[in-house]
Design a protein around this ligand. Sequence first.
Ligand code: G
Ligand code: G
Ligand code: MN
Length: 577
Amino acid sequence: MFKRQIELIRKNPKKYLREHLLLFEDALDSVSTDNLLFLMLSSANYESVYYFDKVKAQLESKHDELSDPLRAYIYFCAEGIMSRSIMQPTNALRSFVNAYDRALLLDDPALIARSLVHLSTSFHLIEDLSLSISYATKAVEMTPYVDNPALKGDIYMNYGFLLHERHELKACLNAYHHAENYYAKLDERDEYLNYCVLLVNIGEAYFQSENSSKAISYIDTALEIANKQGFFPFLQGSIKIISDYYRRSNQLDKANDILNMYLDSHIKMTLNREKPAVVKHTGSLLKELESIHHLASQNTQLAAELESLHVILQRRSDHTTLKEDIIHTIAEGLKSNQFVPYVQAKWDTNTREIIGGEVLARWHYSDADIRTPYAFIDYIEDTPLIGKLTEVLLDATFESLGDLLSNRRQFRISFNLSAYQLVHQNIVGLLEHHCVKYGIKPDQIELEITERTFFENDKKAIEQLHHLWGNGFHLSLDDFGSGYSALSSILSLPLNTVKIDRSLIKDIDSFEKSEKLFIHIVEMLGDLGIETVAEGVETSRQLSIIKKTACRICQGYLEQAPMTTEDFKHYFYQHSQ
Ligand code: G
Ligand code: G
Ligand code: MN
């Protein structure tokens, strides 16, 4: 029964909402949990923030009933779909990972395959095309185990779409035709929103491969269906391409008609004349509107409406797209080598000999604008981009400091890892690959991991930590004492070193209690066989207190601030003749 409902929702979310939600709109508290979940899924698919929030709020009170994996699956899918359509890709990714997890638990091929497609779409949104394709491929590999032709169609459509993006037009069309064949098996394929989208996509691909007669025939069918089923607002991106095509072939009336139909449906929703309000990625919609603006100039009525829509979108985009824009800029920066490693020395408390260094990322945005991690880590910490950052830093660091590392076998270099990398990425593989590539021994590499990661208790993360430990990498707990100190995790996880956060070091020379706390922490960790590093050492008075303890390693401005790898190399050799 669940599957039937899910299929009806995917088929035509608007129709589902109209037939179900409107009946209950003012009596949501009497709706069963399952029906609420279906309403949540349909409002997400229909991209209606208005209904989605309403239904979700109602579901909050039924939290206990959502532990059932199938219910949780629907809940997370709905959440992901909504986040995706309002362009919050990192939230979408998080929800889809949760949905995938439940699908695996249920061991249901259809749910697993659908989750793979969802994951693929969210990676696409954060512009990680290779991960996106890799999940799309996994979904394609699942099709033999899937019965539902509509789902098979969706899987191939997504795959084809990504191939189009990669400019592999032939392979793309091939995938699209697979999708088309699956949809052909459905009794009422014209009622499926995705079928209509597929036809437009195929049309676009044929336009690009200069086969305009095929293109036109697909597009015409799509327009006919869109008109009849009310699918117009969902076709927005493609509409411009279609209308452009007609304009170029001098069919101005037709071009204008299409723009009109599109704007009409959009304006209705944007102005909230009709609930629900569709919220699209306003940034891209704006760009799109700008580029079709001149087309509308022949039609004053159209131009006026366009203008008002423009103003509304402008206002909205000011605060909704900022975060996404930053993520986008970071992704671009990672591609064009704007992220560079800085290194800060770690030194022996007693001899001041430099025994290692911590790699700290810097964003070289321009010569006059070099940004610290506060400007970027938060934005990407829960996305695959954080793995990309580590990869970039590993390469740059080893290229510059590879010689130093092999000349001084005692020297150890540290990298910061985020929870996401241990939970979702193959960090073991990445590090091993770099060790082999640059001929570096794992025992010269230390990984700094924050308390949060240890705290998450994720199975894969813990496995990877043990794997790293087993291979000889050093593991260090970062920022100890800055937040929730998961003392018990220190006992259960592999660990060489604990870095005592600079907030605890700050006052050791001015407050007796801080000093005592520090001394006891070092002693306690020493008893457990764990080495300590004092972070943020700024004054010689702090150092003299640290010297009284068993804390053997310091890091801080007293000796050296983070500097480029080349500067660090000079500094190191001058210091240790
Ligand atoms: O020097 P500083 O202000 O650069 O660094 C601030 C914080 O940013 C550090 O505490 C560190 O944990 C984090 N950071 C710096 N570089 C990286 C990195 O490459 N990966 C991750 N995950 N965090 C980093
Ligand atoms: O990842 P981790 O928290 O270990 O990174 C160390 C952070 O502490 C970096 O942001 C670095 O710039 C900063 N830092 C290093 N030495 C000092 C110091 O002496 N004083 C202060 N305030 N910050 C420091
Ligand atoms: Mn660190």
